[in-house]
Design a binder for this molecule. Sequence first.
Ligand code: ADP
Ligand code: MG
Length: 717
Amino acid sequence: MQNLAKRDVKFVKGVGEARAKILASELDIHNGRDLISYFPFRYVDRSKFYSVADFQGDMPMVQIKGEFLQFTVEGEGARQRLVGTFREGRNIIEVVWFARIKQIRDGIIPGREYVLFGKPSLFNGRYQFRHPEIEVYDPDKPREGLRGIYTVTEKMRKKGFVSRTFQQIFLKIYEAGILDEIRETLPREIVDKYHLMPLAEAIKNMHLPENIRDLQRARERMKFEELFYVQLHILRYSRERSVKIKGHVFSSIGKYFNDFYNNCLPFELTGAQKRVLREIRADMKTARQMNRLLQGDVGSGKTMVAFMSMLMAADNGFQAALMAPTEILATQHYETIREWGEKIGLKTALLTGSTRASERRLLHAALEDGSLDILIGTHALLEEGVKFNNLGLVVIDEQHRFGVAQRARMWAKNSTPPHVLVMTATPIPRTLAMTVYGDLDVSILDELPPGRKPVQTLLRYDDMRAGVDALIRRQLAEGRQIYIVYPLVKENDKLELKSLEEGYRFTCENYPEYQVSCVHGQMKADVKERQMERFVSGEARILVATTVIEVGVNVPNATVIMIHNAERFGLSQLHQLRGRVGRGADMSYCILMTKRKIAADTRRRLEIMTQTTDGFIVAEEDMKMRGPGDMEGTQQSGMLFDFKVANITKDGQIMEMARRVATDVLDSNPEISATDVAHPSSLDEGVTLPLSEASLRLLATELQLRFARSFDWSQIS
Ligand code: ADP
Ligand code: MG
């Protein structure tokens, strides 16, 4: 494989100067290795005729055989379409065309047997074909086997470089015996032990599959390889870091923690809160620097966990900081934590963009001389003047609002980096966390405090406003508070601001008996704060807002959140918004408003919200539908790795296996670790997997080849 990396693509017969140029400019394919690693994105199966009864899930392109029974033309004007009824065996399936209607209908001969070829798609719960290829069935026509379809760009297509061109190229490569030159890229020991398809055979099957079974094995092998090297890279780095970077040792649990725990706890901790606190404690009492992600659904009580972790810092003479993404949120945290802290004699301060200069000076001084124990704030914590006397713990709330670079800066403030606890309500599926966050440890608050009633979620159309209105009025009459949310996708979108302002006016007119507050991202901080304060205090009974209220805001008396244009929000975002209600003992409602005409998959997406309140299910569904790159929580941190074959939303099992094997390899071969230090980190007893000299050299070369140009790790964790 390495030798192929050194060869120009022109070594292939049929690839000359022109095609080499296109490959380079359009697909970034420069050498032989790039070329044979350019795999089909889809496979079609013309090796047999399928039965409609066997269709299930996301289908590949397949062919069926049968006859047309009748045609009808439906719809008017631009929406006109031809619908054919096609009989395959005992099954009936609809075939739809949106163009060339007359041509197609006139061309089809009744009673003849036809072959349809295309991707069956689901519409209203039934499969149909749209614009399939059609031809009269010819029993003598040779059957084409299973084949791959390659992505080509528009520019390539114009120059006659199509998917089939790739097939021809790979056939040439195969016939010339070049695939025999491919050297294995995984250690022999691993290939043998896990019965993986050898690389040369796998590459052959990826491009020129003979049957489904071999294709599947080939794909598994390629996915495993891709994921294995990523995991090896991450784990190797993580071990290096844990050896090189020492953390503060919080050896004792002392007065603050015990005093608060025994005398001041406002409620009994949930089992999950206790467990997570033990996990945090275990990290901080060793010389290891904690780097932990705390996931907990909205309302699971992360703030208390953060506060009690701060007490561990205080007990050991260290200061703690909490950074929140918005001023509103920072202020709320400050109020909660100051109140708790006061009871045991801890000093807490708030620092945001709107803290006055005079106040700031006092605060800076108190931070530096150590008389301030806890500092809470926004990005302002990262400003130059902010110097801690002895920072032991940093808590970052709702991390998806912060870029990773900022996380890194917080660290740079001390020679020994503080322990870091990152909190998020975006439940990131485990496989994704393992990849996106690399070496972060993960704790999960998977239990809500007792007595919470699940929020009832309703999907309502804009023309059903009257019924929604009645529900809101009943809640208002009972003394409850209401959120009304408008989308604001871009911070400075004038049109959307207009819809919010109109919504605000409408709300004031519609509920004249009640005070209404309004907040959005473009307000000045102090105005926003005033408006928010009016709602938190209960003076304003309705809050009209954009998604600035998405994270963290805690008003237990609010029982209804009505979200306009719900179709424009991501599922995870809707889940966050829904989390603003259901925080008290009363029954709460989340009402998703949309127009009547929405796409079928949009409706399906919104229906998931009405079916579950489990954030993990919502997140998994979100990821399945939108792909991991789009998922909230990963947008800003960015996916660190780009996967060619593996799909981390679907290949969780292979990912786990890759991680296990990578762990075993590192445990059994300390010489691979960048530090040369044996590291007994695996939790379960791994198997031993000692590698030969040659295999170790291979690993080193592959890591170098794959990750040499990779990012600067120190920026990430
Ligand atoms: P989140 O995890 O969304 O940040 P919070 O920390 O804001 O959740 O907690 C939500 C609400 O639940 C708060 O009012 C908090 O005081 C309360 N709470 C937290 N833990 C418990 C508990 N163990 N028992 C009862 N109420 C709790
Ligand atoms: Mg919170």
